[in-house]
Design a protein around this ligand. Structure first.
Ligand SMILES: Nc1ncnc2c1ncn2[C@@H]1O[C@H](COP(=O)(O)OP(=O)(O)OP(=O)(O)O)[C@@H](O)[C@H]1O
Length: 351
């Protein structure tokens, strides 16, 4: 098994610098998820680890060895792509054993690896089928199996579930997590799906414009977002972002949510943005604020209440079945200790 150490990585396509002086340490055995919006450079970063694109600067070490300029086949990695690209004329067994056969691995060893991977991925009864005789989920399992039989130290996944329907996605997501628990290999996984990131990751790397915004456990990035971008990217419904100004005393806030912060957190006159997660808002009769309900979205086991607070939209997650309707005026309160406070100018979190 091995970790990956990336130092000062830069990748350019023409004049477009897609990865900018990036440092990243993937720990041995962790499930690291690269998360970010379309075009932020996640796949480019993953492909550079795989050796599928040349880097413009910096270094990539895998398992302690400098692999910056090594061929993909020399890097000790297995890769699973979004489109599974199986060989249509080969059986599942032949598809899975293709890589080791080409590499000249002895037959008995190939059989051992294929049977082990098939067992883990519930593919044993399907080994003699052709890809056309499989469902989308089964095909993606074969693609994962094909990577597993390489018995690589590091597995790289590029949005492997995004072609599947929602139910299959959730099912395969759990299988991948179990697989990681069983194998304990280093895994690097690209997605723009925050649910996949939150549920699978040991640590999440949030990226924007080729730059890492934050690295942390799922609860770190959700509860302590480093900046406004990370705060807004994670969470559904999204975090409420409410502007406010710090009063002359340095603790009281002026705006639609007047409240007091712990001393020393902000400066008099500073413009800030408050981040309030919808699940941290409490509806209670003696709440300090009032807002009018605009829309109610029932979600089965909870409801999302959309309110207007001054000019500002504001969402609240309610876990009980109380009846709420558009036009109701609700009183609510917020626990200040659960607030995130950002500087409005730099957009960075204020500790
Ligand atoms: N081979 C290439 N030649 C030129 N530009 C490229 C190439 N590959 C990627 N890019 C550009 O690099 C940027 C990052 O692309 P990348 O595919 O890494 O983003 P991503 O975060 O994985 O997005 P997505 O989720 O849409 O796949 C994009 O602006 C893209 O257009």
């Amino acid at each position: 098994m091995s970790g990956v150490n990336i130092q000062g990585l830069s990748i350019r396509f023409g004049h477009n610098e897609v990865i900018k002086n990036l440092d990243l340490q993937v720990h041995e055995g962790e499930f690291l998820v690269l998360l970010g919006p379309s075009g932020c450079g996640k796949s480019t970063l993953l492909h550079s680890i795989a050796g599928l694109i040349d880097v413009s600067g910096g270094s990539i070490h895998i398992g302690g060895q400098d692999m910056t300029d090594a061929e993909p086949s020399e890097r000790g990695i297995g890769m699973v792509f979004q489109s599974y690209a199986l060989y249509p004329t080969m059986t599942v067994e032949r598809n899975m054993s293709f890589g080791p056969r080409v590499a000249g691995v002895p037959k008995a060893e190939i059989a051992r690896r294929v049977n082990r991977a098939a067992e883990m991925l519930q593919l044993t009864p399907l080994l003699n089928r052709k890809p056309a005789q499989l469902s989308g989920g089964q095909r993606q399992r074969v693609a994962i199996g094909r990577a597993l039989v390489r018995e690589a130290g590091v597995f790289l996944f590029d949005e492997p579930l995004s072609n599947l329907d929602a139910k299959l996605r959730a099912e395969l997501r759990r299988e991948l997590k179990l697989l990681h628990q069983t194998l304990g290999n280093t895994m690097v996984y690209v997605t723009h799906d925050q649910v996949e990131a939150m549920t699978l990751a040991s640590r999440i790397v949030v990226m924007k414009g080729g730059v890492i915004q934050q690295i942390g456990t799922p609860s770190d990035v959700y509860e302590q977002p480093a900046n406004l971008f990370v705060a807004g990217f994670l969470g559904s419904p999204a975090i409420n972002l409410v502007p406010a100004k710090v009063g002359a005393d340095g603790v009281s806030l002026e705006g639609v949510l007047p409240l007091r912060l712990a001393a020393g957190r902000v400066k008099p006159g500073q413009h800030v943005v408050l981040g309030v997660r919808p699940e941290h808002v409490r509806l209670q009769a003696d709440g300090r604020w009032r807002a009018t309900v605009q829309l109610v979205e029932p979600m089965g086991n909870h409801q999302v209440i959309w309110m207007t607070l001054g000019e500002q939209g504001f969402s609240v997650l309610v876990h009980d079945g109380r009846r709420i309707a558009a036009g109701d005026v609700l009183a609510f309160d917020i626990d200040e200790s659960l607030l995130s406070v950002f500087d409005a100018a730099s957009e960075q979190r204020l500790s």
